[in-house]
Ligand binder design. Structure first.
Ligand SMILES: [Zn+2]
Length: 143
């Protein structure tokens, strides 16, 4: 780990805030990496780094073949935003388009306890968890 932006061309942005040094010996320096962008200071620096290193990354991770998801198993949870007499709220549904199912579920079923605690109402559980919920509710068979 480094606290500095990992794009070696970061100083070439030449922003005012990157200037350091004393008179006659001034220079531009890298920005610090920011939490939001991970090891980079910005989306632009991340993009530049990625363009230079993507082959190294994909070779390190390894290539995979085509992935498939049977429609029968393609469950997901959807948060719909609705207005009710001037009040806005979210309704949650467990959906499988192949089976023509769109069943309303509770917020506790649709979200993780962390999401509920953080009041991020549009977040929902992932597709694997959605499928588990479908099995729990007797809408899908466990395989
Ligand atoms: Zn940078």
């Amino acid at each position: 780990m480094s606290e500095w932006c990992q794009n070696k061309k970061c100083p070439e942005k030449k922003t005012q805030t990157q200037i350091r040094g004393t008179k006659g010996n001034k220079y531009y320096q890298s920005n610090k990496a920011s939490g939001y962008y991970g090891h980079w200071c910005s989306m632009g620096c991340r993009e530049q780094w990625w363009n230079e290193h993507k082959d190294t990354c994909i070779n390190a991770v390894g290539f995979i073949d085509k992935q498939v998801l049977p429609l029968e198993d393609a469950w997901y949870v959807k948060a719909d935003y609705t207005w009710n007499s001037g009040d806005c709220n979210y309704l949650y549904f467990l959906v499988n388009k192949n089976k023509g199912i769109k069943q309303q579920i509770t917020r506790e079923q649709a979200q993780s306890p962390e999401d509920i605690e953080r009041h991020i109402e549009y977040f929902t559980i992932d597709d694997t968890q959605a499928r588990e919920l479908a099995i729990e509710l007797g809408l899908a068979q466990a395989s």
